[in-house]
Design a protein around this ligand. Structure first.
Ligand SMILES: Cc1ncc(COP(=O)(O)O)c(C=O)c1O
Length: 396
C-alpha cells in the first residue's frame, strides 16, 4: 500500500466522518501548500484565517522548537514565563484589558459568554442578544449564540438565553432589547456568514445601546483578529471599543490557542474557581503567539495586508465588472458574492484544479483569506485563476 492509500484507508475507517476533505496536504511554506504527490497549491485559505504569516513561518517555527525543548506545560496552578508576557502584548494591541487563555475560538466565545452572564447575574440579567447569520462555534453555548438551524439540528435541547436580531439593523436591535439582556455579541465582519462588515452606524449604535442600557458589548474576533482585516482587531476600524473581545485562529499561526480580553473593570467577575481550562496559556502556545506578534511588527504585516488587500479587491472588481456579483471585504478578508450566477462549489473545484485553494462562505460567497504576507505577483496569479474559473463556470 502506498502512503497515500494508507492515509485514505485510515481516514475512511478510523476518523469520525465529520468532515469530507479531498486533498492530502503534506507540506507548507509561505503562501504555498504541497500535496502528498508533490503538487504545489497557492493557498488563499490560510487554514481558514489561521496561518496569517504563511505556512511554517521560520520565526514562529523557531519559537515553538525552542520552547518545546524548554517547557511545554505546567497548568494554571503555576505561573509560566510566557503567559503574562503574551497577556501584556494582547492588552497593548487592543484596549488595555486583562486576558484569559484557552484553546479554540468556540472556547474563547464560551468564556466570553460566561463572563457576560456572571456579570449580568448581579442584576438578574442573562440574555445575550446575538446577530442573525453569525458564527460563534460548535459547543452547545456557542451553537445557541450562532442560532442557525442548520448547525443546531439534532442537538436539542438548546442552551437558552440567546435572542437574535439582523446585522446592520439598529432599530431591530433596539426592539430586541429587554430588561433581561446582559450583553450584545457580534462579529465586526461576519466571516462564515458571507464576509459582511458591520456598518459604522450599526456598530456605534450597538456601543451606545450597551452604554445606555447597561449591557456588555462582546465582539467575536476569532476570524477577524490578528491583522486579518488590516488592523490588529477589526473593531479598530470603527472608533469604538468592546467590553470583551475573543480571538483564536491566527493567534498561534497554526499552533492552537484562543483567548478573550476584558476591560480592567471586569476583573472581579471571573474570580478563582469560576472558570478554567487545563491547557489554556501554556508556555508552548504562548511562545508561538508571542513570535506571531513580534513578526507582525518586524515584517510590517499589517501594512502589507492593507496594501495588497486593497489591490486584490480592486483587481477582483475589475475582472467581475461585467458579472452580476459583488466584491466586498476589509484588508485580506475578502468575499465575492456570486449571488445566482453560479455555484461556489463549482468555482472552488475549478480553482483547485488550477492549483489555487479558496473557501466558501455564507449562501454562495467565494471567500479569499490569503496569508497576509502574500505579494502582488502571487495575487495576480490567484486572480487570473479566479477569473478563468468564474468564466468557465458561468460559461462566458
Ligand atoms: C467568528 C468565529 N467565531 C468562532 C469560531 C469558532 O472557532 P473554532 O473553530 O476555533 O472553535 C469561528 C470559526 O470559524 C469563527 O469564524
Amino acid at each position: 500500500m502506498s502512503l497515500k492509500e494508507e492515509v485514505l484507508n485510515a481516514a475512511e475507517n478510523y476518523s469520525l466522518g465529520t468532515y469530507a476533505p479531498d486533498l492530502i496536504l503534506s507540506k507548507g511554506e509561505g503562501c504555498y501548500l504541497y500535496d502528498i504527490d508533490g503538487n504545489e497549491y497557492l493557498d488563499f485559505a490560510s487554514g481558514i484565517a489561521v496561518c496569517n504569516l504563511g505556512h511554517c513561518h521560520p520565526k514562529v517555527t523557531k519559537a515553538i522548537q525552542e520552547q518545546a525543548a524548554t517547557l511545554c506545560h505546567v497548568s494554571n496552578l503555576f505561573y509560566n514565563e510566557k503567559q503574562p508576557e503574551l497577556a501584556k502584548v494582547i492588552s497593548e494591541k487592543s484596549f488595555g484589558g486583562r486576558v484569559f487563555f484557552c484553546n479554540s475560538g468556540a472556547e474563547a466565545n464560551e468564556g466570553m459568554i460566561k463572563l457576560a452572564r456572571r456579570w449580568g447575574s448581579r442584576s438578574n440579567k442573562s440574555t445575550v442578544i446575538c446577530i442573525t447569520n453569525a458564527f460563534h462555534g460548535r459547543t452547545l453555548g456557542t451553537l445557541a449564540a450562532t442560532g442557525k438551524k442548520k448547525y443546531m439540528d439534532g442537538f436539542s435541547p438548546n442552551v437558552s438565553g440567546f435572542t437574535h436580531t439582523p446585522m446592520n439593523d439598529l432599530e431591530a436591535l433596539k426592539a430586541a432589547y429587554s430588561d433581561d439582556c446582559c450583553a450584545v455579541m457580534m462579529e465586526a465582519v461576519q466571516g462564515e456568514g458571507g464576509i459582511i462588515p458591520a456598518t459604522e452606524e450599526f456598530i456605534k449604535g450597538v456601543r451606545e445601546l450597551c452604554d445606555e442600557k447597561g449591557m456588555l458589548m462582546l465582539i467575536d474576533e476569532v476570524q477577524t483578529g490578528i491583522g486579518r482585516t488590516g488592523t490588529y482587531f477589526a473593531y479598530q476600524h470603527y472608533g469604538i471599543e468592546p467590553d470583551v473581545l475573543s480571538m483564536a485562529k491566527a493567534l498561534g499561526n497554526g499552533f492552537p490557542i484562543g483567548a478573550f480580553t476584558a476591560k480592567q473593570e471586569l476583573n472581579d467577575v471571573l474570580v478563582p474557581g469560576t472558570h478554567a481550562t487545563t491547557f489554556g496559556g501554556n508556555p508552548l502556545a504562548c511562545a508561538a503567539a508571542l513570535a506571531v506578534f513580534k513578526t507582525f511588527e518586524e515584517e510590517q504585516i499589517i501594512e502589507n495586508c492593507n496594501e495588497v488587500g486593497n489591490y486584490i479587491i480592486e483587481k477582483l472588481k475589475e475582472i467581475t465588472a461585467e458579472m452580476d456579483v459583488e466584491v466586498r471585504g476589509l484588508g485580506m478578508m475578502i468575499g465575492v458574492d456570486l449571488k445566482d450566477t453560479c455555484k461556489v462549489a463549482d468555482v472552488r473545484k475549478v480553482c483547485a484544479e488550477s492549483k489555487l485553494l479558496v473557501l466558501p462562505a455564507g449562501e454562495n460567497v467565494l471567500r479569499l483569506l490569503p496569508p497576509l504576507t502574500v505579494t502582488k505577483a502571487e495575487s495576480d496569479k490567484a486572480i487570473a485563476i479566479i477569473e478563468q474559473a468564474l468564466k468557465q463556470v458561468m460559461e462566458i
